[in-house]
Design a protein around this ligand. Structure first.
Ligand SMILES: [Mn+2]
Length: 334
Protein backbone atom coordinates (compact mmCIF):
# COMPACT_ATOMS: atom_id res chain seq x y z
CA UNK A 1 0.00 0.00 0.00
CA UNK A 2 1.23 3.45 -0.92
CA UNK A 3 1.91 5.96 1.84
CA UNK A 4 -0.29 9.02 1.86
CA UNK A 5 1.61 11.66 -0.06
CA UNK A 6 -1.15 14.25 0.26
CA UNK A 7 0.54 17.50 1.12
CA UNK A 8 -0.47 19.94 3.79
CA UNK A 9 -1.24 23.22 2.04
CA UNK A 10 0.58 26.38 3.09
CA UNK A 11 -1.96 29.13 3.59
CA UNK A 12 -1.29 32.73 2.58
CA UNK A 13 -2.47 34.42 5.79
CA UNK A 14 -2.52 37.87 4.18
CA UNK A 15 -5.51 36.66 2.13
CA UNK A 16 -7.25 35.44 5.28
CA UNK A 17 -6.59 38.82 6.90
CA UNK A 18 -8.06 40.60 3.87
CA UNK A 19 -11.22 38.53 4.25
CA UNK A 20 -11.44 39.30 8.00
CA UNK A 21 -11.02 43.02 7.32
CA UNK A 22 -13.73 42.83 4.64
CA UNK A 23 -16.08 41.12 7.11
CA UNK A 24 -15.48 43.82 9.75
CA UNK A 25 -15.82 46.76 7.37
CA UNK A 26 -18.84 45.76 5.25
CA UNK A 27 -22.57 45.96 5.97
CA UNK A 28 -24.31 43.49 3.71
CA UNK A 29 -23.24 40.01 2.63
CA UNK A 30 -24.64 37.54 0.14
CA UNK A 31 -23.25 34.02 0.50
CA UNK A 32 -23.66 31.62 -2.39
CA UNK A 33 -22.25 28.42 -3.83
CA UNK A 34 -22.44 26.36 -6.96
CA UNK A 35 -25.73 25.38 -8.53
CA UNK A 36 -27.29 22.40 -6.74
CA UNK A 37 -25.13 22.89 -3.65
CA UNK A 38 -23.53 19.92 -1.85
CA UNK A 39 -22.71 19.29 1.81
CA UNK A 40 -19.48 21.27 1.61
CA UNK A 41 -21.17 24.34 0.13
CA UNK A 42 -24.04 24.27 2.65
CA UNK A 43 -21.76 23.60 5.65
CA UNK A 44 -19.36 26.35 4.55
CA UNK A 45 -22.13 28.89 3.97
CA UNK A 46 -23.74 28.24 7.35
CA UNK A 47 -20.46 28.36 9.29
CA UNK A 48 -19.40 31.54 7.48
CA UNK A 49 -22.78 33.23 8.02
CA UNK A 50 -22.57 32.49 11.74
CA UNK A 51 -19.00 33.82 11.93
CA UNK A 52 -19.92 37.04 10.08
CA UNK A 53 -22.89 37.62 12.41
CA UNK A 54 -20.63 37.25 15.43
CA UNK A 55 -17.85 39.45 14.06
CA UNK A 56 -20.21 42.08 12.69
CA UNK A 57 -23.56 41.81 14.55
CA UNK A 58 -25.22 44.73 12.73
CA UNK A 59 -24.60 43.33 9.28
CA UNK A 60 -27.16 41.74 6.98
CA UNK A 61 -26.21 38.21 5.93
CA UNK A 62 -28.20 36.27 3.33
CA UNK A 63 -27.51 32.81 1.94
CA UNK A 64 -28.88 32.19 -1.54
CA UNK A 65 -28.27 29.31 -3.92
CA UNK A 66 -29.59 28.19 -7.28
CA UNK A 67 -30.94 24.90 -5.98
CA UNK A 68 -32.28 23.36 -2.78
CA UNK A 69 -30.41 22.23 0.31
CA UNK A 70 -29.81 18.46 -0.10
CA UNK A 71 -32.00 16.47 2.27
CA UNK A 72 -28.96 14.73 3.80
CA UNK A 73 -27.72 18.04 5.28
CA UNK A 74 -31.03 19.88 5.75
CA UNK A 75 -30.86 19.30 9.53
CA UNK A 76 -27.82 21.59 9.88
CA UNK A 77 -28.37 24.55 12.21
CA UNK A 78 -29.58 27.51 10.14
CA UNK A 79 -30.32 25.51 6.96
CA UNK A 80 -34.00 26.63 7.10
CA UNK A 81 -32.88 30.17 6.28
CA UNK A 82 -31.02 29.26 3.10
CA UNK A 83 -32.98 30.44 0.09
CA UNK A 84 -33.30 28.66 -3.23
CA UNK A 85 -33.54 31.45 -5.81
CA UNK A 86 -33.38 31.99 -9.54
CA UNK A 87 -32.29 35.60 -9.06
CA UNK A 88 -30.77 37.64 -6.19
CA UNK A 89 -32.57 40.98 -5.70
CA UNK A 90 -30.85 44.24 -4.77
CA UNK A 91 -27.25 45.09 -4.00
CA UNK A 92 -24.69 43.80 -1.52
CA UNK A 93 -21.37 45.12 -0.25
CA UNK A 94 -19.90 41.66 -0.49
CA UNK A 95 -20.73 38.42 -2.24
CA UNK A 96 -18.87 35.38 -0.93
CA UNK A 97 -18.77 32.65 -3.52
CA UNK A 98 -17.99 29.09 -2.49
CA UNK A 99 -16.72 26.41 -4.88
CA UNK A 100 -17.37 28.24 -8.13
CA UNK A 101 -15.21 28.73 -11.18
CA UNK A 102 -17.19 31.93 -11.96
CA UNK A 103 -20.59 33.63 -11.70
CA UNK A 104 -22.20 31.22 -14.16
CA UNK A 105 -21.39 28.27 -11.88
CA UNK A 106 -23.72 29.95 -9.35
CA UNK A 107 -26.51 29.53 -11.87
CA UNK A 108 -26.31 33.17 -12.98
CA UNK A 109 -28.29 34.36 -9.94
CA UNK A 110 -26.29 37.56 -9.41
CA UNK A 111 -24.48 40.09 -11.59
CA UNK A 112 -21.08 40.90 -10.09
CA UNK A 113 -20.67 44.16 -11.99
CA UNK A 114 -23.95 45.82 -10.99
CA UNK A 115 -25.06 44.16 -7.72
CA UNK A 116 -21.85 43.71 -5.74
CA UNK A 117 -19.02 45.95 -4.57
CA UNK A 118 -16.60 43.20 -3.58
CA UNK A 119 -16.39 39.56 -4.65
CA UNK A 120 -14.72 37.08 -2.30
CA UNK A 121 -13.91 33.81 -4.07
CA UNK A 122 -13.32 30.80 -1.78
CA UNK A 123 -12.60 27.47 -3.42
CA UNK A 124 -10.54 24.29 -3.30
CA UNK A 125 -10.98 23.16 -6.90
CA UNK A 126 -8.35 22.96 -9.62
CA UNK A 127 -8.43 25.56 -12.39
CA UNK A 128 -10.25 28.29 -10.45
CA UNK A 129 -9.62 31.45 -12.52
CA UNK A 130 -9.35 33.78 -9.46
CA UNK A 131 -12.29 35.90 -10.58
CA UNK A 132 -12.77 37.65 -7.21
CA UNK A 133 -11.38 40.83 -5.67
CA UNK A 134 -10.12 38.48 -2.96
CA UNK A 135 -9.27 34.93 -3.97
CA UNK A 136 -8.79 32.31 -1.26
CA UNK A 137 -8.16 29.29 -3.44
CA UNK A 138 -6.25 26.19 -2.29
CA UNK A 139 -6.62 23.17 -4.59
CA UNK A 140 -4.70 20.93 -2.18
CA UNK A 141 -7.17 21.58 0.65
CA UNK A 142 -9.81 18.86 1.02
CA UNK A 143 -12.86 21.07 1.31
CA UNK A 144 -14.09 24.65 1.38
CA UNK A 145 -15.11 24.02 4.99
CA UNK A 146 -11.41 23.74 5.89
CA UNK A 147 -10.81 27.15 4.36
CA UNK A 148 -13.69 28.55 6.43
CA UNK A 149 -12.11 26.99 9.50
CA UNK A 150 -8.86 28.84 8.78
CA UNK A 151 -10.77 32.14 8.58
CA UNK A 152 -12.68 31.35 11.78
CA UNK A 153 -9.53 30.36 13.65
CA UNK A 154 -7.67 33.46 12.53
CA UNK A 155 -10.58 35.66 13.69
CA UNK A 156 -9.61 34.81 17.27
CA UNK A 157 -13.19 33.97 18.21
CA UNK A 158 -13.72 30.54 19.79
CA UNK A 159 -15.48 28.21 17.35
CA UNK A 160 -19.09 27.58 18.32
CA UNK A 161 -20.61 24.11 18.35
CA UNK A 162 -23.11 24.95 15.56
CA UNK A 163 -20.28 26.24 13.36
CA UNK A 164 -18.15 23.19 14.13
CA UNK A 165 -20.99 20.85 13.10
CA UNK A 166 -21.43 22.71 9.80
CA UNK A 167 -17.71 22.75 8.98
CA UNK A 168 -17.26 19.10 10.00
CA UNK A 169 -20.12 18.15 7.68
CA UNK A 170 -18.37 19.95 4.81
CA UNK A 171 -15.10 18.14 5.52
CA UNK A 172 -16.60 14.65 5.87
CA UNK A 173 -18.87 14.90 2.84
CA UNK A 174 -15.95 16.00 0.63
CA UNK A 175 -13.45 13.45 2.00
CA UNK A 176 -15.87 10.51 2.21
CA UNK A 177 -15.42 10.55 5.98
CA UNK A 178 -11.62 10.82 5.60
CA UNK A 179 -11.35 7.96 3.08
CA UNK A 180 -10.40 9.88 -0.09
CA UNK A 181 -6.91 10.92 -1.18
CA UNK A 182 -7.66 14.59 -0.47
CA UNK A 183 -7.48 13.79 3.26
CA UNK A 184 -4.21 15.16 4.61
CA UNK A 185 -2.55 16.03 7.91
CA UNK A 186 -4.27 19.40 8.00
CA UNK A 187 -7.69 17.81 7.43
CA UNK A 188 -7.35 15.62 10.51
CA UNK A 189 -5.87 18.42 12.61
CA UNK A 190 -8.83 20.63 11.75
CA UNK A 191 -11.26 17.73 12.34
CA UNK A 192 -9.73 17.24 15.81
CA UNK A 193 -10.28 20.91 16.63
CA UNK A 194 -13.87 20.69 15.40
CA UNK A 195 -14.44 17.64 17.62
CA UNK A 196 -13.03 19.61 20.54
CA UNK A 197 -15.62 22.30 19.74
CA UNK A 198 -18.39 19.75 20.31
CA UNK A 199 -19.21 17.83 17.12
CA UNK A 200 -21.30 14.73 17.99
CA UNK A 201 -19.57 12.40 15.52
CA UNK A 202 -21.79 9.28 15.65
CA UNK A 203 -25.05 11.25 15.64
CA UNK A 204 -23.83 13.37 12.73
CA UNK A 205 -22.79 10.38 10.62
CA UNK A 206 -26.18 8.74 11.16
CA UNK A 207 -27.98 11.90 10.10
CA UNK A 208 -25.85 12.40 7.00
CA UNK A 209 -25.43 8.80 5.82
CA UNK A 210 -28.20 6.66 7.28
CA UNK A 211 -31.10 8.84 6.25
CA UNK A 212 -31.85 7.69 2.71
CA UNK A 213 -35.40 7.33 1.46
CA UNK A 214 -36.77 3.91 0.52
CA UNK A 215 -36.95 5.18 -3.07
CA UNK A 216 -33.21 5.95 -3.05
CA UNK A 217 -32.44 2.32 -2.24
CA UNK A 218 -34.84 0.98 -4.88
CA UNK A 219 -33.27 3.34 -7.42
CA UNK A 220 -29.80 2.15 -6.44
CA UNK A 221 -30.98 -1.45 -6.89
CA UNK A 222 -32.12 -0.64 -10.44
CA UNK A 223 -28.87 1.15 -11.28
CA UNK A 224 -26.68 -1.68 -9.95
CA UNK A 225 -28.66 -4.40 -11.74
CA UNK A 226 -28.06 -2.53 -14.99
CA UNK A 227 -24.37 -1.77 -14.43
CA UNK A 228 -21.97 -2.69 -17.25
CA UNK A 229 -18.19 -3.13 -17.02
CA UNK A 230 -15.72 -2.08 -19.74
CA UNK A 231 -12.01 -2.11 -20.65
CA UNK A 232 -11.14 -5.35 -18.87
CA UNK A 233 -13.53 -4.48 -16.02
CA UNK A 234 -11.61 -1.33 -15.17
CA UNK A 235 -14.58 0.97 -15.86
CA UNK A 236 -18.07 0.71 -14.36
CA UNK A 237 -20.84 2.38 -16.34
CA UNK A 238 -24.00 3.20 -14.41
CA UNK A 239 -27.08 4.95 -15.75
CA UNK A 240 -30.67 5.91 -15.01
CA UNK A 241 -33.16 6.63 -17.81
CA UNK A 242 -35.56 9.50 -17.11
CA UNK A 243 -38.51 7.10 -17.52
CA UNK A 244 -37.30 4.82 -14.68
CA UNK A 245 -36.46 7.79 -12.49
CA UNK A 246 -40.03 9.03 -12.88
CA UNK A 247 -41.62 5.59 -12.46
CA UNK A 248 -39.83 5.16 -9.14
CA UNK A 249 -41.01 8.61 -8.05
CA UNK A 250 -37.39 9.50 -7.31
CA UNK A 251 -36.00 12.85 -6.18
CA UNK A 252 -32.59 14.23 -7.31
CA UNK A 253 -31.37 13.72 -3.71
CA UNK A 254 -31.89 9.99 -4.21
CA UNK A 255 -28.95 9.95 -6.65
CA UNK A 256 -26.36 11.12 -4.14
CA UNK A 257 -23.40 8.74 -3.83
CA UNK A 258 -24.72 6.42 -6.58
CA UNK A 259 -21.64 6.96 -8.76
CA UNK A 260 -19.33 5.83 -5.95
CA UNK A 261 -20.93 2.36 -5.89
CA UNK A 262 -19.21 1.37 -9.14
CA UNK A 263 -15.82 1.77 -7.46
CA UNK A 264 -16.67 -1.02 -5.04
CA UNK A 265 -15.77 -3.56 -7.74
CA UNK A 266 -12.19 -4.71 -7.09
CA UNK A 267 -10.97 -4.32 -10.68
CA UNK A 268 -12.74 -1.00 -11.35
CA UNK A 269 -10.60 2.17 -11.33
CA UNK A 270 -13.16 4.58 -12.79
CA UNK A 271 -16.93 4.83 -12.44
CA UNK A 272 -19.33 6.89 -14.52
CA UNK A 273 -22.97 7.53 -13.70
CA UNK A 274 -25.22 8.94 -16.43
CA UNK A 275 -28.54 10.54 -15.64
CA UNK A 276 -30.87 11.34 -18.51
CA UNK A 277 -32.86 14.56 -18.27
CA UNK A 278 -34.63 15.77 -21.38
CA UNK A 279 -32.10 15.89 -24.20
CA UNK A 280 -29.15 16.33 -21.83
CA UNK A 281 -27.26 13.63 -19.93
CA UNK A 282 -25.58 14.60 -16.67
CA UNK A 283 -22.45 12.58 -15.98
CA UNK A 284 -20.79 12.04 -12.59
CA UNK A 285 -17.30 10.57 -12.62
CA UNK A 286 -15.21 9.01 -9.86
CA UNK A 287 -11.84 7.26 -9.88
CA UNK A 288 -9.38 5.52 -7.62
CA UNK A 289 -5.80 6.58 -6.85
CA UNK A 290 -3.83 8.26 -9.62
CA UNK A 291 -6.47 7.79 -12.33
CA UNK A 292 -7.30 11.31 -13.51
CA UNK A 293 -11.02 11.47 -14.18
CA UNK A 294 -10.96 15.28 -14.33
CA UNK A 295 -9.37 15.02 -17.77
CA UNK A 296 -12.41 13.08 -19.01
CA UNK A 297 -14.85 15.66 -17.59
CA UNK A 298 -12.92 18.54 -19.10
CA UNK A 299 -13.14 16.96 -22.56
CA UNK A 300 -16.89 17.71 -22.32
CA UNK A 301 -16.51 21.18 -20.76
CA UNK A 302 -16.96 19.91 -17.20
CA UNK A 303 -14.62 20.00 -14.24
CA UNK A 304 -13.88 19.00 -10.65
CA UNK A 305 -11.00 17.08 -9.10
CA UNK A 306 -8.68 14.27 -10.16
CA UNK A 307 -10.87 11.66 -8.43
CA UNK A 308 -14.29 13.33 -8.61
CA UNK A 309 -15.61 15.31 -11.56
CA UNK A 310 -18.71 15.89 -13.61
CA UNK A 311 -19.97 17.15 -16.96
CA UNK A 312 -23.07 17.40 -19.13
CA UNK A 313 -23.43 15.88 -22.58
CA UNK A 314 -26.03 17.04 -25.10
CA UNK A 315 -27.00 13.68 -26.53
CA UNK A 316 -29.37 10.75 -26.08
CA UNK A 317 -28.59 8.41 -23.18
CA UNK A 318 -27.15 5.79 -25.54
CA UNK A 319 -25.20 8.46 -27.44
CA UNK A 320 -23.76 9.89 -24.22
CA UNK A 321 -22.73 6.40 -23.08
CA UNK A 322 -20.76 5.97 -26.30
CA UNK A 323 -19.27 9.48 -25.94
CA UNK A 324 -18.11 8.91 -22.37
CA UNK A 325 -16.74 5.43 -23.09
CA UNK A 326 -14.74 6.79 -26.02
CA UNK A 327 -13.16 9.39 -23.75
CA UNK A 328 -12.64 6.93 -20.89
CA UNK A 329 -10.76 4.67 -23.27
CA UNK A 330 -8.02 7.32 -23.50
CA UNK A 331 -7.17 6.50 -19.87
CA UNK A 332 -5.96 3.09 -21.03
CA UNK A 333 -3.65 3.64 -24.00
CA UNK A 334 -2.39 0.54 -25.78
MN1 LIG B 1 -16.00 21.03 -1.77
Amino acid sequence: MKTNTATTPATDLSIVDDILTTIRESHSFCLSGHQNPDGDVIGSELAMASLIRRMNPKSKVDIMNAGPVPKSVSFLPGADNIRNVTRVEGKYDVVMVFECSGADRMGGIIDFSSQVVKVVNIDHHLHNPNFGHINFVEPTTSSTAELIFKIAERSGLPIQKNEAICMYTGVVTDTGWFRYGNTNVQTLEIAAKLLAAGVPVAELSERVYLSKSETALRLLAWVLSNMTLHFEKRVALLHIPERIFKELGAHPDDLEEVVNQGLQVETVVASAFLKEKGDVVKVSLRSKGDWDINRVARAFGGGGHKNASGCSIQNSLEGAKADILRELQTLFPG
